[in-house]
Design a protein around this ligand. Structure first.
Ligand SMILES: [Ca+2]
Length: 276
């Protein structure tokens, strides 16, 4: 099996891409040929921190484990959650090849079908794959933006992925004002994994929180961070959220004491299984 699939992948990828480094396909024997033939999805990454690495037990259930990337002439299979490469050199143009599903869905090996994969990339309005919308109890808004925020010394200068992100503008309003995004669909009874990128740069950054709330019960905080985190996008690599049809996800940013408190988020993903 190993040789058969390796030969297939090598032929399919083509010697122009990776004749030098196809040894990275050492796990390819676990990709059935019938599925490999459907490996046609292209994926672009701007940073190697996007890539997933070593084998973990769940790999046979997870599309991220039966994909492979080609980056600058090198290729490798993708297995697991943590990145193989820890350098964050920008500009790596990668192609991710995996089993194709329609936008907003990914292939679940356990069910052998495409299942919903929620993503808020904020690139379009409306965004059909986004599970978050403005919460009615907000004092200030999460604003969609491209490029820099209006104030200097705070906020990102560009989206992490694509052109657009969402942020809170802290030039007006009062200390402690809250901007709230809430989930707008019902979930199954299980633990989901939320990942996202956040940018918290400025002298008066306050707090970003992810919580859940079941009906009118008290909300439960699952992740919270306060204060200046530097002028860089950070990756939140996974927060477990126990959900059901009555429980909603809340992403809340709190305004600090002055205009240097802009908090931004981008590429929020909700995976329908617990974090690895
Ligand atoms: Ca974006």
């Amino acid at each position: 099996m190993f040789c058969r699939v390796l030969i297939f992948l090598t032929l399919w990828v083509g010697t122009t891409f990776c004749a030098r480094s196809c040894v990275k396909f050492e796990f390819a024997q676990e990709l059935p040929p019938s599925e490999s033939i459907q490996v046609i999805f292209n994926y672009s990454a701007v940073s190697r921190t996007e890539l997933f690495g070593v084998c973990v037990p769940r790999c046979m259930k997870d599309i991220r484990c039966n994909a492979f990337d080609i980056c600058n002439g090198e290729c490798r299979t993708i297995r697991g959650w943590l990145p193989i490469y820890t350098d964050s050199g920008s500009g790596d143009l990668c192609e991710r090849h995996q089993i194709k599903c329609q936008d907003g869905y990914f292939f679940d090996r356990q069910n052998e079908s495409c299942i919903q994969h929620d993503i808020c990339n904020f690139e379009s309005v409306p965004e059909s794959t986004c599970f978050l919308s403005a919460g009615p109890s907000s004092n200030i808004a999460w604003t969609r933006k491209s490029g820099s925020t209006p104030s200097s010394s705070t906020g990102p200068t560009a989206a992490h992925r694509g052109l657009y992100y969402k942020f809170i503008e802290t030039s007006s309003g009062a200390f402690g004002d809250k901007a709230i995004l809430e989930s707008s669909r019902a979930f199954q009874v299980k633990t989901y994994c939320l990942t996202m990128y956040y940018h918290m740069y400025g002298a008066t950054i306050n707090t970003l929180t992810i919580r859940t709330q079941k009906g009118n019960s008290a909300a439960i905080d699952h992740w919270t961070l306060s204060g200046n985190q530097g002028d860089v996008w950070h990756h939140l690599s996974g927060v477990n959220l126990p959900l059901d049809s009555q429980t909603k996800i809340i992403v809340e940013a709190t305004k600090g004491s002055s205009i240097t408190g802009d908090i931004a988020i981008d590429y929020v993903e909700l995976w329908p299984f617990a974090c690895p």
